[in-house]
Design a protein around this ligand. Structure first.
Ligand code: URA
Length: 210
């Protein structure tokens, strides 16, 4: 096991994950559950956002009240399955800026190939939260975070639904400064680089393309 990961063991997350894993879950259910888990993961991953105090007046009395210190957020979705988590996170973080990275896995080599990249210009000032349901071999996650660092990203967290020890280890070796948040750590990868037992192809299940 690696030490760069926080597993979100909240009962709601675990229950919803089980519902998503079932092969007979409909596209509509899978989509809704991924969005709901995205919202719950947003709650967990923002626990350490810096706070400040503001003077306000309630109907009864003035008070000094806690507010977010204004640390600017940027959510970065790895296309296309990342959008399922992104949607749920935006429910809770509606002002966050959003970036997209298009990467696909070459099925023969498992190497990540970039086809799209659009992120806010002021990445270096933002807390970046990268989202992708599956951290499998780690190749895509490693490439995405590398690209963000090259664009000036400094404070980066990676949020996924499922991962495996081998992918986590590869990611930690490449980016030891980037903590990973996951709803579960599964056993292994199969010969096609899919997580076992996993959820299957997250993009296909989210968009109903297979
Ligand atoms: N990508 C997926 O969609 N599923 C996996 O199991 C691994 C990578």
């Amino acid at each position: 096991m690696t030490d760069n990961v926080t597993v979100i063991s909240h009962p709601l997350v675990q229950h919803k994950l089980t519902l998503m894993r079932r092969k007979d879950a409909s596209t509509a259910d899978f989509r809704r559950l991924l969005r709901e888990i995205g919202t719950l993961l947003a709650y967990e991953v923002t626990q350490d956002l810096p706070m400040a105090t503001r003077d306000i007046e309630t109907p009864v009395a003035p008070m000094k009240a806690p507010v977010l210190a204004g640390k600017k957020l940027c959510l970065v979705s790895i296309l296309r399955a990342g959008d399922g988590i992104l949607e749920g996170m935006l429910e809770l973080l509606p002002s966050a800026r959003v970036g997209h990275i298009g990467l696909y896995r070459d099925p023969a080599t498992m190497v990540a190939v970039e086809y799209y990249y659009k992120v806010p210009e002021d990445l270096c000032e933002r807390q970046i939260i990268v989202v992708d349901p599956m951290l499998a071999t780690g190749n895509t996650a490693i490439a995405a975070v590398q690209r963000l660092k090259e664009s000036g990203g400094r404070a980066i967290k990676f949020v996924c639904l499922l991962t495996v020890p081998v992918g986590l280890a590869a990611f930690r070796d490449a980016h030891p400064d980037v903590p990973v948040y996951a709803a579960g750590i599964d056993e292994r990868l199969n010969d096609h680089g899919y997580i076992v037992p996993g959820i299957g192809d997250a993009g296909d299940r989210l968009f109903g393309t297979k």
